[in-house]
Design a protein around this ligand. Sequence first.
Ligand code: FES
Length: 690
Amino acid sequence: MNNQSLPQSDADPAADALVIFTPSGKRGRVPTGTSVLDAARLLDVDLDSVCGGRGICSKCQVTPSFGEFSKHGVHARENALSEWNAVEARYHEKRGLAQGRRLGCQACILGDMVIDVPATSQVHKQVVRKAASQRAVTMDPATRLVLIDVAEPDMHEPSGDYERLATALDEQWQIGPVTAPLSVLRKLQPALRRGKWQVTVAVNIADTPARVIDIWPGYHEGPLWGLAIDLGSTTIAAHLCDLKTGQVATSAGVMNPQIRFGEDLMSRVSYAMMNADGAQAMTAAVLDALNTLATEICAEAEVAPRDVVEAVFVCNPVMHHLLLGIDPVELGQAPFALATSGAVTLSATELGLTAVNPAAQTYLLPCIAGHVGADAAAVALSEAPDKSDELVLIVDVGTNAEILLGNRDRVLACSSPTGPAFEGAQISSGQRAAPGAIERVEINPVTKEPRFRVIGCELWSDDPGFAEATAATGITGICGSGIIEAVAEMRMAGLLDASGLIGGPEQTGTPRSIAEGRTYSYVLQDDRPAGGSLIAVTQGDIRAIQLAKSALYAGARLLMDEMGVDTVDRVTLAGAFGAHISPKHAMVLGMIPDAPLDKVTSAGNAAGTGARMALCSRAARAEIEQTVSNITKVETAIEPRFQEHFVAANAIPHATAPFAHLRSVVPLPQPGFNAGGGGQPGTRRRRRRG
Ligand code: FES
């Protein structure tokens, strides 16, 4: 029998064909004559469609395979699929169909078949998000495009255009009930008439009722975009993501302008307490920065703001409240009550995010507790400690560090006020991570000579051509990862003792130790003779880093106490610059508890990754809302042991913890610059102790 030339209606409806879809492996029998798209729906195969089988969108493309498939027990004949029809021919003529591809809504199954669904035709495609853990996000965005035919108005059955649109969504896509904001209603009638009663709508199906976000006459190709925003105390990072593929088109960041009201969280809470309009002023400042950032990121990616239909935010509780215009005063005092700890969904207009589609939906991840925010929730989503067999410590380094400790059995969380030193602030030569900033440092333990690398140049400072390569940017300062490496290298080279004192030139044997008042600094680069600047690590810098790292360690140690352990199996460093922190240097500094070095890894910006996951997947939102409810919160601010741990952690790497793993691989000389041996007079040393 040659069915190839038979029109669809001639196919024997009683006969069944075996169809196997790859790569899912889903298989089943369908009546011959069934379109591939319908077969996919019958067998619950993930095959995309925006136009609902009208032959317009081409999202349903498939690749049929013919021949003998012994693995599947199928022989697929050439005539097992209907011939190209007029719709496919027209589509091919206009826009081109790749060799071997068919439109699933047009091609009909006439015999046993093996059909491949390419990744581009899958709605719920998996996106491998990063190499480190290879965790995949299954695309399942809240907002999608659908093409609908809306009934024309009828004198005899009076109804509104919107009501008929809602009926069409229900009948053609089983989406309903729906609501539509005024911005959509204003466009509705012209769009319906221009599209001759066929329109494409963007509809957000995250909640019930679903919400129409926008409308276009006829078929609208998209794409739709979303913003994943990591709103930190010091910096705001935004990623513009394609809601179909999950790919990031552009990322950008700005400083959080709230810094002018206070560098750390508590000073911003105080500002809100002390000033009648303080909270409103900070809300206005951050919204202004967010709108500027959204505008710039869209311009850079050449994306129309109208096409940005979703935004997901992760932030600590104070940023969370200030973003929402909620006075954060309760977060400044025990019992640190949040106005709401659950996930928050609201429209961009209501939030005040004006640089995107006015009907765009925004989603804030849930907060874990009054001091542990949606950013920690995003880290938990990204790093999934609750799915780990090993006991993993996750440290999200930032102005306010978020710390998680856990495994499949239990997850604990706390935050710790590290201050902005790790981000290069409060450091004499500190600066943001930008071209020209020193980001890597090595110090020769014999000669005590440093070499370094700056952002924007692959060469080390002692490589030929370094001066020329950095001529444009100059060497402008030290960024967060640079200061961590510099201090740790100074410790390993014997320039710095365990208490954190920098030795003088006679003690250390290098003229790079220079006196500065009653203390010493270590010179990394002195360009003053050429009209440049002096870049040095001062005693004050060391103290700032000691305070920050002690807070971080004490928080981690508190969670370990709560868990009843003295060691962890694995440490993950996260944070905006987490990817740039060298595990070895972090451990020499004593930022994190001792662990085998190969068990300390960087996860990059885990909070930002968590935001992207929540943007791309409704399932991820449901997952984190559930996970957060199971996380045990530990409050550092009222825990007396925090202070004990903090004091012991002031030494580099630590006053009492042995750090055996670290000492087995890294030399840690034991100079004592506090106990005589040259340098400045003893008065300096005694005062140091004070
Ligand atoms: S479903 Fe749109 S072209 Fe096939």
